[in-house]
Every structure is written in C-alpha cells, then in structure tokens.
Design a protein around this ligand. Structure first.
Ligand code: SAH
Length: 443
C-alpha cells in the first residue's frame, strides 16, 4: 500500500526576497487589466533581475509602460506560463501572510457548505470539499482539498515548490490540519527537479493519515485515496450533481415503485450511493420495492472501494442491491443492451478524453458513442445524466452532441437541465472551466 513520506521543504533554500521587474507587450498588459492570471512567455518584453538569473518561484512584479505597478505573481523561467498572477492593482507583499489571507477568503466562500449540517448532532454532514481551486481562488496553480481532518495540497506549477515553506506555514495557521499531504501534477512529477517525496506523495505536516482519508459528504461516510492518482483521491467536483442524482432518483422511484440505476465510469461509486439513497427514500413505505444499482468501471480497485462505500453506509443504502461490472464501458454498455438490461436512470461521467486541443474531435466522438450506447438502455421517461470534465470541449459542443444523438435515435428529450461548476470549484479564467453536466428526461 502506498504511503506518504515525511517531507520538510528546505527553508534554507527559500528564495531571496528580491523581485523581478517585468514589462509586457500591450496584449499582455491588457490581459492582466482584464483579470487574467496567466502571463505567457510571448507576452514578456523584458525581465530585469539583479543578482543571479531568475529562478522558478521568484516574485515577479509587472510594471506598465509608464512604470506604474500592475500586478505581482510567481515567475518560472521554464514554464510557458511564465508568470502566475497572485494580485493585481496595488502593491502587495507575497509570503505566508498573503497566502493566509487568500485561504481565509477561500474558507468564507465555502461557509454555506459547512452550514448544511445537522444541528442536533452538532456537526456538518459535509467535511470533504475543495478549499482552494487554483485560479478561481486567487492562488493559480494550487489546489487544496479537505477530507475530514486531513488536507491534501496539490501543486501544478514548479514556482510553488520554492514557496512551499510559506504556503505550509499559512495552511497550518489557518486550517490547523491533523495531517497535510502534498502532491504534484503529472507534469510536475515528470520534472527531475521536483523532490522525490512530492512526486510520490509527501507528509508535509502532522501525523500519517494512512492511505484512505475518511470524510463525510452529505451524511455519507466516504474514503479518499490521495496516493492513487485520481485528482486528490476523490471527485469532489461532482458533489452537487450527486445531490441532483439523489433527488432525481427519489422522484423516479416514487413514480415507478423501485428503481434500476446504471452508473457508468463509477470510480468509487459516488453517484451510485446517492442514486440508491434517493431511490430508497422515493420508494418510501414500500420496503419491498426493488432498488438496484449497477456500477461500471475498468478499475477493479475503484469498484471494490464502491462496494466498501455501500458497506460503510449500510444504514442508509443497505436495502439497495449493488452490483459491479468491471471492464471497458464502451463494451459493457453493448453487452447490457444485448442482454436486455434496462434502467430508469443512467449516469455517464467519463474521464477527460481531451487534455490537448488536438484531441477535441476524438473527445466529441467518444461523447457521441457514449450517448448512443446509453440511450437504448434507458426506459421511456427515464433520466440521462451525462457529464464532461474536459475544458477542451466547450459546453455548447458537448450539449449539441448529446442532443444530436438523441434526435438520431428517434427518442425525445425534455426538461433538459445543464449544470456547471459547484460552489467550491469557482472558475478562474475561461480556460479553467471544465465541468458540464446534463440531466434530461428521455422519452
Ligand atoms: N463518476 C466518478 C468519477 C469518474 S472518473 C465519481 O463521481 O466519483 C473516471 C472513471 O472512469 C475512473 O474511475 C476510471 O477508472 C474509469 N475509466 C476510464 N476509462 C474507462 C473505460 N474505458 N471503461 C470504464 N471505465 C473507465
């Protein structure tokens, strides 16, 4: 089982508090004035540094043509995003105090999540959520997720490695985590200059939390696995859509006396649990109404975690029958159709099929195939839930693809609802918007 290795970022290597003076070409200046947090290499006119050559993590101060302060950010001479803006407008000192302020505002924004608790039990029913969503929270390249008493920090830019001691200080001061784990993006892990501990998953503060971090989401007991390579260990971004699936299942079960739900690309069964709870509530007094949930994923460990999640929440979903199917979703959807399986609710939440612009066409083709394969499995009057987490596919193209497939199938779609980012995943610049989810009734 993977284990986080203790790691103290070397304070001795903290960069000197010099600042690089940066001047930009006009489009770069304009982008900053419009609030864009990224300055690309091509926008840079000059970088003035006294002393040693600029290093990743140096503070860059941008001045306009007239020499007035424009913005301050973190510089990296080797990153196509040369500067990630932390603050624009008036001069500010970058350091632990600044990071602490950003963390405080991020927490204020998420206060509604902590209020959804159960008063009489005296705790919130949700203590797993994203605390910092990079650009959307004014800390570009930084993600911080909370899972109960543990926090997972994930860095997406090398410049942050040099600022890690200050960032950890701020995190410990504001969040008082029992454990703080550190991860890096795949791109950063491929960089030989990234410390081995951060590449493998580092224990940055507190006690070793073990490989499964327990947390609560809307009353469900869940576990995140930060060292296993999916985001920070759980798909927190789908929480609001999971709640919507619960509500949809509740209504459908009320109408149908029981329910059959299919969750494709289930990972650890998030949508399956909510679907089951909704359907059981909808079936209400009718304790014999059958509620069946099928979770499909290519990853065996993810399905075993889904089973474990059903066991951990037996009180709430124990009356539902949960089955798992391991294998390729495209093939299994065909198998289900041939064997005559039909469902009232189908959730399709695939991985991102496009991380680069040139993969967009392939991703769109994959979304089409999935809709085409899901439609025959849906009972008339059932609900299709289909999501996309690729920022390379625009909401417009995504919804157009689904509508096109429904039309071609001769079915009809109504009460279409479209959802974007949840409260704890605020969107930064347009490029950082990725999540789209459609709910529609199919007749
Ligand atoms: N819906 C999930 C998140 C899905 S992430 C949630 O809410 O938690 C995407 C999942 O798709 C991963 O678990 C991955 O193992 C799975 N996957 C990727 N390719 C697949 C394929 N071809 N067939 C089935 N599952 C696949």
């Amino acid at each position: 089982m993977a284990k986080a290795r203790p790691f103290s970022p070397d304070r001795g290597s903290l960069l000197p508090s010099r600042a690089l003076a940066i001047r930009l070409h006009p489009p770069g200046e304009r982008a900053i004035r419009e609030g864009h947090p990224w300055v690309f290499d091509g926008s840079i006119r000059s970088v003035d540094a006294s002393g040693p050559p600029p290093q990743a993590g140096d503070v860059g101060v941008v001045f306009d043509r007239k020499g007035r302060f424009l913005a301050v950010g973190l510089y990296d001479p080797d990153d196509p995003i040369r500067l990630r803006i932390l603050h624009a407008g008036s001069p500010r000192k970058v350091g632990a105090e600044f990071f602490a302020q950003r963390l405080r505002s991020a927490m204020e924004r998420r206060a509604p999540l902590l209020r959804n608790g159960s008063r009489e039990r005296g705790y919130s029913e949700t203590n797993g959520f994203r605390v910092v969503n990079g650009e959307g929270d004014g800390l570009p390249g930084v993600v911080l997720d909370r899972y109960g008493e543990s926090f997972v920090l994930k860095l997406y830019a090398r410049s942050w490695l040099a600022r890690l001691p200050e960032l950890v200080d701020a995190l410990v001061q504001i969040m008082a985590p029992r454990s703080l784990l550190g991860l890096v993006s795949r791109r950063l892990a491929a960089d030989a200059r990234c410390p081995a501990e951060m590449r493998a998953g580092a224990l940055l503060h507190g006690s070793d939390p073990g490989s499964a971090l327990p947390f609560l989401e809307n009353g469900f007991h869940l576990e995140a696995h930060p060292l296993e390579g999916h985001k920070t260990g759980f798909y927190l971004d789908q929480r609001e859509n999971r709640q919507r699936v619960e509500e949809e299942a509740r209504k459908l079960a009320w109408d149908h006396d029981g329910l059959r739900i299919l969750n494709v690309f289930s990972y650890s069964g998030g949508f399956s649990l909510y679907g089951a709870r909704g359907a059981l509530r909808g079936a209400g007094e009718n304790r014999h109404a059958p509620v069946e949930v099928t979770s499909v994923d290519v990853a065996g460990p993810a399905l075993r975690q889904a089973e474990r999640h059903f066991e951990m929440n037996g009180e709430q979903v124990g009356r539902a029958r949960h089955r798992t199917l391991e294998g390729d979703a495209f093939r299994l959807l065909g198998d289900l159709d041939r064997s005559g399986d039909r469902f009232h609710l189908v959730v399709v939440d695939p991985p991102s099929f496009a991380t680069r612009q040139d993969q967009e066409a392939g991703a769109i083709a994959a979304y089409s195939r999935l809709t085409r394969a899901a439609l025959p499995l849906l009972e008339s009057g059932g609900t299709l839930v289909q999501a996309s987490c690729s920022s390379r596919v625009s909401p417009d193209s995504f919804y157009r693809v689904i509508r096109g497939e429904v039309r071609r199938s001769g079915r009809q779609m109504d009460s279409e609802r479209r959802w974007g980012h949840p409260l704890d995943h605020p969107v930064g610049p347009p490029e950082s918007e990725y999540l789209k989810c459609l709910f529609a009734t199919i007749r």
